[in-house]
Design a protein around this ligand. Sequence first.
Ligand SMILES: C[S@@+](CC[C@H](N)C(=O)[O-])C[C@H]1O[C@@H](n2cnc3c(N)ncnc32)[C@H](O)[C@@H]1O
Length: 269
Amino acid sequence: MTELESEAMEAEFDTVAGWTEEAVRALGPEYAIPAGCRGTGSEAALRWLAERLDLAAGTRLLDSGAGVGGPAGWLAAERGVRTVCAEPMAAAVRASRRLFGLASVVALGQQLPFADDSFEVAWCLGVLCTTSDKAGALAELRRVLRPGGRLGLLVFVADGPLTPPLPEGNEFPSEEELLGLLEDAGLVLQDTSEAGLGDSPPEWTERADAVDAEVERRHGSDPAFRQAQENAQRVGRLLSAGELRPWMGVLQVAWNTGVPARSASRRSR
Ligand SMILES: C[S@@+](CC[C@H](N)C(=O)[O-])C[C@H]1O[C@@H](n2cnc3c(N)ncnc32)[C@H](O)[C@@H]1O
């Protein structure tokens, strides 16, 4: 397993990912996509991104920080998109392969095991706030995308100081910081919106809730469950209070061949 920046995040994104796979198997395959979308949790957000990224059947897309593969599974089912997933947590990678038959590799977003210019399109949903090395993750996305390639992002941004208790291991950028990082990485903003996180069909929400309940029934007394649940609830409270916002953006890799300063060391590998 590749380490994350906090034990609570590993509980949430590794241990609970494995339990989510187990619960989906118990309940049925129609539960896999709603339960597997952990960054967006919203079909409307996925649709907005897929439309703006101009995704068509047969398009090959990289999903960096893919989790258990819900968004990539949705893309395959809805658009016929062929997704390659990269995700640091081994249990999540196994779940994405078994639940959706996805091509998935264990990798941090700052160390993607792909050649320069290998993808036309990528997306990265709910991931940048889980790493302190946002510039490294963006530089890698830019490196593996072709000039003119497209990138979809969902990032939880903070508009001001956050009220404790804060979720462990997360670092939320302000929108201004995020826009600066994107510019430094040579990524040009084309369109932006706020994700309506509850904006899904009723059966989507019901199925996601049913899987959460099944995981709790089976593992609710496990300390890793409590730790993961507490971390997720802290994020939920900050979103409900309006202290965090789900920012979505569609970006294009700059056409010029100049290498942005922050990504120069990675491109020379
Ligand atoms: C909120 S989940 C989102 C998962 C998925 N993108 C989705 O929308 O369902 C955040 C994911 O980012 C992964 N992650 C954490 N740190 C990462 C890093 N440095 N590089 C890539 N992924 C990372 C976690 O393991 C987790 O699967």
